[in-house]
Design a binder for this molecule. Structure first.
Ligand SMILES: NC(=O)c1ccc[n+]([C@@H]2O[C@H](COP(=O)([O-])OP(=O)(O)OC[C@H]3O[C@@H](n4cnc5c(N)ncnc54)[C@H](OP(=O)(O)O)[C@@H]3O)[C@@H](O)[C@H]2O)c1
Length: 326
């Protein structure tokens, strides 16, 4: 099976629809490939059509190779069921178009993997006025979840939301008054703000799981490990690379993208996780996030603040649904 077969391999029907953001490279690519090879329809929500189409072709080619090798437990399809949908998480306009396109496709949605992310970038403001890591990693995914949740609620049993977070949430300050950075760009704390965006995802997981408990939708988050992907393209400057290398030395060897994708694949396909949510996965086991991430008062403060910040993007009826009141 190419890499180690350490995630459960299950047969998925082609009418099980899995959306993965940022699936054209890195961890998302490997997750998309193996989930599609188990038979599901995978929608790659990516900002570049060209990169996504190249990635889909590569996955189809790799599928043929796995078939020729006689890899057990991959699907019997002639060709994998994969599609591209355009999504730039750095633009609310693009997020709205993606949501609209998904809605008007009329299709069900069983799994939403919020994987796309940017890390440790210098201070950058988006066209919507938000610090880019806050918007790409957290706010835009939050909007998509809010708008697609009603579709998931009507898509039958065992629907799942997976938030790809990071242990970088350990290295940040929780201060909602400075949620959107507006200070001196030279003094911008790249690790602090990356960590915050990842902390918010874990907190969102807890807040949502609490509200959706007992419904057909469960929410989990995870840390993929330190993985050798294109993520480091954002922090090639000397100072950040030095810090990064220090962290790598501290945590040991870098993982390969397939090893980094294991917790995503497991959270998406493991039959034992049907209806199970509220877990911060590290590899295939649940791990500990910080006490701050698990602090319910802070989770609720973030929830309230996020809905306030996104009031123009999420109408009241969708908030009711997010609150588990419909
Ligand atoms: N690698 C690690 O060590 C590590 C550790 C902890 C957590 N993570 C998390 O794992 C996730 C995947 O990271 P990775 O390591 O696979 O990184 P990667 O190789 O850089 O892939 C990131 C993906 O996100 C997409 N993306 C970035 N900005 C986007 C935007 N504005 N709109 C839509 N898509 C966008 C990228 O698309 P383009 O190709 O078009 O740029 C790419 O597909 C991230 O959430 C990251 O924070 C990674």
């Amino acid at each position: 099976m190419g890499g180690k077969q350490s995630f459960p391999v299950v047969e998925l029907p082609p009418n099980r629809v899995v959306v993965i953001t940022g699936a054209n490279t890195g961890i998302g690519y490997e997750a998309a490939k193996w989930i599609a090879m188990m038979g599901a329809t995978v929608i790659m929500a990516c900002r570049s059509k060209e990169r996504a189409e190249k990635a889909m072709q590569k996955i189809q080619d790799e599928f043929q190779v796995e078939k020729e090798k006689g890899t057990p437990a991959i699907c019997k399809l002639e060709k994998l069921s994969m599609e591209f949908m355009e999504l730039d998480l750095g633009s609310f306009k693009s997020v709205r178009s993606f949501i609209e396109a998904y809605r008007s496709s009329g299709r069900e949605l069983h799994v939403l993997v919020c994987n796309a992310g940017v890390a440790l970038v210098p201070f950058t403001k988006t066209e919507d006025g938000y610090e880019i890591m806050l918007q790409v990693n957290y706010l835009s995914h939050f909007i998509i979840i809010a708008h697609l949740l009603p579709i998931m609620r009507k898509s039958g049993e065992d629907c799942r939301i997976v938030l790809v977070s990071s242990d970088a949430h350990r290295a940040c300050n929780f201060d909602l008054n400075t949620m959107n950075y507006s200070g001196d760009p030279e003094k911008f704390g790249r690790l602090d703000y990356y960590g915050r965006s990842k902390l918010y995802q874990i907190m969102q997981m807890h807040s949502m799981q609490k509200r959706l408990k007992g419904s057909n939708v469960s929410v989990n988050s995870l840390h993929p490990g330190m993985v050798d992907t294109e993520i480091s393209r954002n922090f090639q400057d000397f100072h950040m690379m030095k810090a990064f290398n220090r962290v790598v030395r501290l945590f040991g060897q870098m993982k390969t993208p397939i090893d980094g994708a294991l917790p995503i694949i497991n959270a998406v396909v493991n039959p034992d996780l049907k209806g199970v949510g509220g877990i911060y996965f590290k590899s295939l086991e649940g791990g500990y996030s910080t006490a701050e991430a698990r602090d319910e008062t802070k989770q609720e403060a973030l929830w309230k603040k996020t809905l306030e910040v996104l009031k123009d993007e999420i109408p009241d009826d969708l908030i009711q649904e997010l609150e588990g009141k419909m």
